[in-house]
Design a protein around this ligand. Sequence first.
Ligand code: FE2
Length: 239
Amino acid sequence: MIDLHSHLLPGIDDGASSVEEALSLARIAVADGITHMAMTPHVHPGRFDNTQQTILPVFNEFQAALDEHEINLCIHAAGEVRLSAEMLGMFAVDQLPFLGEWDGQRVMLLELPHSHVPPGSDKLVQWLMARGVVPMIAHPERNKGIMSDVSKLAPFVELGCLFQLTAMSVAGNFGVEAKRLSDEMLDKGWVTVIASDAHNSDRRPPVLSEAVEAASQLIGQAEARRLVWDNPAKIIGLL
Ligand SMILES: [Fe+2]
């Protein structure tokens, strides 16, 4: 399986805090059947001041640690970009990381605040799309505004955004509402990938298998596999 959303890179956000912890998360991922994983540290101006340029050396160090410990996990450097006004300036100087490509457009993992959908978010999406970027909205099923009113998702669907569900939501471990919204999105065929959004081994581990099982019951095995293999493989250029 391929996991396109994770916070394993040590010490640069609220994910793994040391190389040892990152390695133990990598081992959990491999044991779950994950072969490829995108490293997506938060790019959140004022909170986690990461850029494409600052992520890369940490990524290279972690790659070396995986090699040294002979952990068979293919990793890709990317980031999870928080929707913000600062994004525009960072985009202009090529500081924003991308996940890969989708139908000739660059894919950006884009995070909305958890509490609501800020007014003008759709305008920012349009701004990105005009510049050859398709946002993949990170875990919309956990956004409180969308949870209480699913029509808040409509502008993003209409604009052609991609969507990432978090595995624990699909498996029902983030509560009834996140599960209900995940199921609804799966049912409607809106979901592009299921990813772990792994931060740690106890509360948010890098595990996809439980979600794949839950999704299979809803949309069938082939479709569920598409969300953890075919689609992510297409994005990172494996297919
Ligand atoms: Fe995340």
